[in-house]
Every structure is written in structure tokens, then in C-alpha cells.
Design a binder for this molecule. Structure first.
Ligand SMILES: [Zn+2]
Length: 435
């Protein structure tokens, strides 16, 4: 950790987003894409939210971006009638500052297991929480690797701790993208809800029962609560909008690789960038980052450890409210639909309706590359499905649909987690029903 402390102490002061707006733009033809795209690329202060890279901007979906007030005005002036423009967030800096103050106030003086669940935790707090909750019975944790800045990555095992357990396995990673704060919070609350149920404390919402939750333990769950600790901590210390990891790139001033573009299926095809300064920089080849290597090593270790195989894989992201089986890779690299798409869609639709029943949130369902509106090569989802042979693999994009985006308020953590757990229960039921 010494190295990490050193880096933290020399880090630049926090990036200030006061006066920055989040804008949503939409338009109707490919000709206008050129106009809007060229205006967007010339904005100095732009931080793209959806899609994540300029190459993926097209007229079939809206574009959400953060930009200074001055350039927001400039954007509207230059595109004129060429696009519909709405302001989603008037002042992102206000929200960031408010959340930071609340976060500090709500966690001050607390330790380990006592942190509130309706608050985001810094990485060291999250780490403390994991260690404090490791009871060796329902939940165990292990250090599965170390990041560039020297932080530990933890793998959590929920379920039967007997090493000879024959149960099927579910593999899940959260927070592979740094700024998606709702994802480690949701995965953490899932663990808490299950542990509480095991102790007879019912935290389930009215749409599913404690018994249905406990039935999840028909399988062994393996969860990486934060896949990107360096990037995540950086969003607290320096830049709330950071997405990648924090490892420097040789020959470039620009830091970081998009960890969910680092896997071999479709690597550096559409949606993954070879530009080191891009927020979707995919690395010169697959598995150049420690985090991606750690993901693969833990997966292989679990698969080879005997007992049941890994039969489902979940990659938890935000935002947009989507339930997406493969492919994420574009049709140039993989023209055909997945062989299992009908089956994957059937299970996805059951997850969608179980989720809706919790808080009536509507999540859309479909192949990643279709439902998001752009392809992304090099994801854990496609690697799990194609290379590792996990038929049920998903990207889940949690709340919301853009009112707050990555700045989702902390009071939505518990409801978001509740509806997400409803999806996990459906995955579990599906695995139980298979031979
Ligand atoms: Zn993401």
C-alpha cells in the first residue's frame, strides 16, 4: 500500500465540475450525426456519458454528455436545429459536492460492518466492510490480486464453504468501470440481504420472499465487489467521472485502460479504442491489465476447483436500465446472433418482469449491441459466453435512465439493490431448473 499512498499524495486536487451541465442530444439522420459528432469532438470540456466514445455516436440513440456551461451554450448554438437538446442536470458540481459531504457525514467515525447501506463507501471503507463481514460460514473472502497502485482486489464467496461442494457456481463482477458507484453498493447490499436472511432478518421487498432469497444458496456465488479499486478510489479523490483503471500507458500522458474492453473476444474491434487517451482505450492486446488478468485467473481457479461448473456470469454496470445477453461485439466481427439467443432472452425476460414487480422500474432487454445502440468488443460478457462457454452471461445496466446517470443519489442504493436481487433470484431459479 505504500506505493498507493505516495501516488495519492501527489495526485492533483479534485477536478471541479461546478457549473457543468449534463446534456442529452438526439437527432434523426446519419447526415446530422456528422454535424453533431464534429461539434461534440471540438468541445474541450466534454465528458461523454452515453455512449462512452465518439466512435459510437449515431442517430439511433441519444447522446448524454457532461460539459461546462459555456460549452453547453456553444454546443446548442452550433447544432442549432440539427438536434433536440435537453438539459438533464443543471449543475453536476453541486450534486458531486452534496454527495461528497453526505458521504463523509454519514460514514464519519464508523468502522467495518457498521457503515450505512444507503451510502456509497470509499474503497478502503468497502475493503473494511468486506473483511468485517467475512464470517467463514455463509461468506468468505480472499485477496485475488493486487492493482497497479497496490490495492487488494477481493473475491467474495457466498454459499457452501465446504470445498467439496457440488453446487453450480455463479460468477459476478461489479464496478469494472470506476464511476458507476451504484454497482459496488448494490453487490454489497445483495450480500448483506442474504446474510441477514440467513440470520432470520427479512430485508426482502414485498414482491419476493425471504425463502426465495435463501434458495439462491442452492448455488455458490462468487462476487468481485469492486473490479477496479484504483479507478474507483480516484473517483473519490480526483475525478468523479473517471471510468478506466489507473495504470499509466507507455509513451503517453494519458492514464488508464477500459477494463471492459480488455478481453479477447472482439478485442479492438468496434467500440474499443486504440487511442490511449480515449475513455474506451482497450490496451494493445487483451489481458495487458492486472485487473483483467486477475478476473481470468480467479475464474479459472474456481472452474478448476472441482464441484459444479460456473453456469452464469453477470457483469454489473450503470446506467440505462438494461438486461443484456451477448453479443456486445459488433456485427462486423461476429455477424451472427448467439446460438443460444432465444434461451438467453427467455431468462432475461423473466428477470425483467421480476425486477419490475419490485419497484415498477422498466429495464429493457436485448443483445448488448442492439439494445445499447452500439457495439463494444472485448467485454467480460462475450469472453464468458464464447471462450469460457458460459451460456448465461449478461451485462446488467442498473438505474437510472439519465435523470442522474452516474450521479445516482445514495437514497436509491437500497431500492436499486432490491430490484437487482430479484434478477439474481431468477438466474438462480433457472440454474436450479436445469439438470
Ligand atoms: Zn460500465
Amino acid at each position: 500500500m505504500k506505493f498507493a499512498l505516495l501516488l495519492t499524495s501527489v495526485a492533483l486536487s479534485e477536478k471541479d465540475y461546478h457549473g457543468f451541465k449534463v446534456i442529452r442530444a438526439s437527432w434523426e439522420s446519419s447526415e446530422q450525426t456528422e454535424l453533431v459528432g464534429s461539434v461534440l469532438e471540438r468541445l474541450d470540456t466534454i465528458n461523454l456519458w452515453q455512449p462512452e466514445s465518439f466512435e459510437n455516436i449515431n442517430y439511433t440513440r441519444t447522446v448524454d454528455f457532461l460539459v461546462s456551461e459555456k460549452e453547453a451554450f456553444e454546443f446548442k448554438r452550433r447544432v442549432g436545429n440539427g438536434a433536440d437538446v435537453v438539459t438533464l442536470i443543471e449543475d453536476a458540481g453541486d450534486i458531486i459536492a452534496h454527495q461528497a459531504t453526505e458521504q463523509k457525514r454519514a460514514t464519519r467515525g464508523l468502522r467495518g460492518a457498521s457503515y450505512p447501506y444507503d451510502q456509497f463507501l470509499t474503497y478502503s471503507q468497502l475493503e473494511e466492510w468486506i473483511l468485517a463481514n467475512d464470517d467463514g460460514e455463509l461468506m468468505s473472502s480472499e485477496i485475488i490480486g493486487e492493482t497497479y497502485e497496490g490495492r487488494n482486489i477481493y473475491g467474495v464467496h457466498l454459499g457452501d464453504q465446504d470445498p467439496t461442494s457440488n453446487k453450480k457456481k455463479v460468477f459476478m463482477e461489479c464496478n469494472i468501470h470506476a464511476r458507476e458507484w451504484i454497482t459496488p453498493s448494490t453487490c454489497k447490499y445483495f450480500i448483506y440481504m442474504l446474510k441477514s436472511a440467513k440470520n432470520g432478518v427479512d430485508l426482502t421487498p414485498s414482491s419476493f420472499s425471504m425463502q426465495e432469497l435463501l434458495d439462491i444458496l442452492d448455488h455458490n456465488w462468487y462476487i468481485i465487489v469492486s473490479m477496479n479499486p484504483d479507478g474507483y478510489q480516484y473517483t473519490f479523490d480526483s475525478d468523479r467521472m473517471w471510468r478506466k483503471n489507473r495504470e499509466p500507458n507507455q509513451g503517453s500522458q494519458c492514464v488508464g485502460t477500459d477494463l471492459n474492453r480488455q478481453f479477447p473476444v472482439g478485442h479492438l474491434t468496434e467500440g474499443g479504442s486504440s487511442n490511449k487517451c480515449s475513455s474506451t482505450y482497450a490496451g494493445v492486446e487483451a489481458f495487458t491489465t492486472k485487473e483483467a488478468q486477475i478476473w481470468r485467473e480467479w475464474f479459472m481457479k474456481l472452474r478448476n476447483s472441482g464441484g459444479g461448473d460456473i453456469e452464469a456470469q453477470l457483469s454489473v454496470h450503470s446506467y440505462s436500465q438494461l438486461i443484456m445477453p451477448p453479443w456486445a461485439t459488433g456485427r462486423v466481427a461476429i455477424p451472427e446472433d448467439p446460438a443460444d439467443i432465444d434461451y438467453q432472452m427467455r431468462v432475461s425476460q423473466r428477470m425483467q418482469s421480476a425486477l419490475f414487480n419490485v419497484h415498477e422500474k422498466v429495464y429493457r432487454v436485448g443483445q448488448s449491441r442492439d439494445v445499447v445502440g452500439y457495439p463494444a468488443g472485448g467485454t467480460t460478457e462475450d469472453y464468458s459466453y464464447q471462450t469460457l462457454g458460459v451460456t448465461l452471461s449478461w451485462v446488467l445496466e442498473l438505474r437510472d435512465t439519465g435523470a442522474y446517470g452516474f450521479l445516482l443519489p445514495a437514497d436509491q442504493i437500497i431500492p436499486t439493490a432490491e430490484e437487482t436481487v430479484a434478477m439474481f433470484i431468477e438466474v438462480s431459479k433457472e440454474l436450479s431448473s436445469r439438470n
